[in-house]
Design a protein. Structure first.
Length: 192
């Protein structure tokens, strides 16, 4: 892509042609919060807004970028391996059980590149700096292949192991269960 540089002789600006290749590896955390309760508290029951949610998040990681630039007279190159990060926010609308349509904003920062411009026999003619940041409005469809069932992972009640007692107690309980208890006569029964 042509990039305008400083002024040349006679008021004609220099034009640089630059190419940037970059790769990033990031660990991301995104929090998706449904807004059904706040909406129903403020506006009452609005069924069309039930699948609406708000998300925020970000990530940190490593970036590798290679920068090549030329103005057809001198050339420059730079390579970086450094820390990168991103952050964003937006809204989501759940289309069905596994698909959500997202619309949001993302800021992405890879750092700065500085290429020394060399002419012919490696004569330094200047430098060009590029700040690799991006501000994007993004839209996507998020597909949930697997969702952790959080309500099933947290136990509703703790079930402690029951004490059965020693073996002699278990045997005597079995023997006593074979006996049939009859109500005595003085209580209106037919026993004793």
């Amino acid at each position: 892509a042509p990039v305008g540089g400083g002024g040349g002789g006679g008021g004609v600006p220099n034009t640089f042609f630059s190419e940037i290749d970059s790769w990033t590896v990031m660990t991301n955390v995104w929090l998706d919060m449904p807004v059904q309760r706040p909406v129903s508290y403020i506006f009452g029951r609005v069924p069309i807004l039930n699948p609406l949610s708000v998300y925020v998040g970000g990530g940190i990681g490593l970036a590798r970028a290679e920068f090549n630039t030329t103005d057809n007279i001198s050339e420059g190159t730079d390579k970086i391996n450094r820390f990168s990060w991103q952050a964003g926010a937006g809204i989501g609308y759940q289309l069905n059980q596994w698909a959500t349509l997202n619309l949001g904003y993302r800021y992405w920062d890879l750092g700065k590149l500085d290429a020394k411009l060399l002419f012919g026999d490696n004569t330094l003619t200047g430098s060009q700096q590029v700040d690799l940041t991006s501000q994007e409005f993004v839209t996507n469809v998020r597909i949930a292949f697997y969702q952790a069932p959080l309500e099933e992972m947290a136990p509703r009640k703790w079930d402690w192991p029951h004490w059965e007692g020693p073996r002699w107690w278990q045997r005597s309980k079995r023997r006593m269960s074979r006996w049939q208890w009859r109500r005595p006569r003085w209580l209106g029964g037919d026993g004793f």
